[in-house]
Ligand binder design. Structure first.
Ligand SMILES: Cc1cc2nc3c(=O)[nH]c(=O)nc-3n(C[C@H](O)[C@H](O)[C@H](O)COP(=O)(O)OP(=O)(O)OC[C@H]3O[C@@H](n4cnc5c(N)ncnc54)[C@H](O)[C@@H]3O)c2cc1C
Length: 388
């Protein structure tokens, strides 16, 4: 760290927001050993000492997060009011990491590196100048050569009409029941048997034992609900499963933006948006962990290149367009979600669907997935997007 004439502290890199994407990136910078001479400031308004979220993702290989995975499932269930499908996920496994375990794991390593400073401060101002970036907080002023921002500005996507914006919104209860009603060997990805009420609504369940599970009432739709609507739905579902008595051990809630809005267009010479703020959330699903894992690795490699240009970090691909298609349909006809996901999961190969969502399929494989969806609907929407 060096001081300039007006005693504003200067860093090589500042991260505004120190959540998933920032911590993944800085942790990998440390692992690489190539950034030991860089001064790095991490700013967050939150201490990151609570279990504020649970991340799930699928993998088929070992990852650097293995030691903090709290549960893995080899199979998953998809259901609607007419059918249930138990799916073996091999060669993938569906994995869960608790937010607090992730924060503790990464901060433990970061605290051993004297070039990295974590400061709990609310960022109020980011201003890019020719030779540096200025960052103001409620208590301090800083400058840096490069800034990585994961503070999500909702207005960016909301105040435009070109790209539809849905939310993956949910409330989750981690419950303990008196009776054994869960199957800990199987995650429930999507249970659409709940009333749809003109939306895309489903239950998502992560059972860790026969009497313990995280149950989330989830919607892919534009507007949030009143708290009691999510909670009544969870309660009704638990009663249907046969839970007479249960204890709510923990609650979580989320509203994850699902949009193809090109956040990366806000990247500049010295400021790179990362995480959800940078478009690292998979628009059609809201999943962000896996994408952030990949993008943070790419970013750490990218920063080691000579004369890198931050604005060229992001590369748009055809999967962005596929996501746009689905979001366009769900935005116009939100009630169709259940039938679209049902046609995909009724006969689709789960491993291929994961590969597709990971954006690792080739064009022939893309078609095998897409052709499982209602064809006329997708072709009609495709034409509407092209000719609008
Ligand atoms: C409850 C929940 C469950 C989720 N489950 C999954 C899942 O199972 N799988 C999956 O892939 N994704 C999941 N997600 C989506 C996504 O993975 C997370 O939202 C993820 O944390 C996004 O990473 P990020 O770095 O973009 O943002 P964050 O991790 O939210 O980090 C942003 C940071 O910025 C800080 N901040 C905000 N404003 C300011 C300010 N003005 N000054 C200073 N700091 C500020 C916040 O405190 C936060 O720490 C979930 C999200 C939620 C909310």
């Amino acid at each position: 760290m060096r001081m300039n004439s007006s005693q504003i502290k200067h860093f090589d890199y500042i991260f505004t927001g120190t959540g998933l994407s920032a911590l993944m990136t800085v942790y990998k910078m440390v692992l690489s050993g190539k950034f030991n001479d860089k001064s790095i400031l991490l700013l967050d308004e939150n201490q990151k000492k609570t279990n504020d979220r649970t991340w799930c993702f699928w993998i088929k290989e070992e990852t650097i997060w293995n030691s903090i995975i709290s549960k893995k499932w080899d199979s998953a269930l998809f259901a609607n009011e007419n059918f249930k499908r138990n799916m073996a996920l091999i060669p993938y496994q569906y994995c869960q990491i608790k937010g607090l375990d992730f924060y503790n794991f990464v901060f433990d390593i970061l605290s051993k590196n004297s070039n990295i400073t974590f400061s709990i401060e609310r960022v109020t101002d980011i201003n890019e100048l020719e030779s540096h970036v200025f960052v103001g907080t409620e208590a301090n002023r800083f400058t840096c050569d490069y800034l990585f921002n994961s503070i999500y500005t909702k207005a960016l996507a909301q105040n435009q009409t070109q790209y539809p914006v849905l939310q993956q919104h949910f409330i989750g209860w981690f419950v303990k029941t008196e009776t054994e009603i869960f199957n800990p060997e199987e995650a429930i990805f999507m249970d659409f048997s709940v009333e749809q009420k003109g939306n895309t609504r489903f239950m998502y369940i992560l059972p860790v034992s026969k009497t313990e599970a995280l149950i989330e009432y989830t919607l892919f739709s534009e507007n949030l609900l009143q708290t009691e609507e999510y909670e009544n739905a969870i309660q009704n579902y638990l009663h249907q499963l046969g839970a007479k008595q249960f204890e709510i051990v923990e609650k979580e809630r989320g509203s994850i933006p699902m949009t193809c809005y090109p956040f990366w267009k806000k990247n500049t010479k010295r400021v790179l948006n990362i995480g959800t703020a940078g478009g690292w959330t998979k628009a059609s699903t809201g999943y962000t962990f896996r994408n952030s894992d990949k993008k943070s690795s790419q970013l750490v490699d990218f920063l080691q290149k000579e004369n890198f240009k931050m604005s060229s970090f992001h590369k748009k691909n055809r999967f962005w367009f596929y996501d746009l298609l689905l979001l366009d349909i769900l935005h116009r006809n939100n009630e169709l979600g259940s039938s679209i996901f049902s046609s995909l999961f009724k006969k689709g190969d789960p491993a291929l669907i994961f590969k597709f969502l990971d954006e690792e399929t080739n064009i022939m494989e893309d078609l095998r997935v897409i052709l499982k969806c209602p064809k006329t609907l997708f072709i009609k929407t495709l034409l509407q997007i092209i000719f609008r």
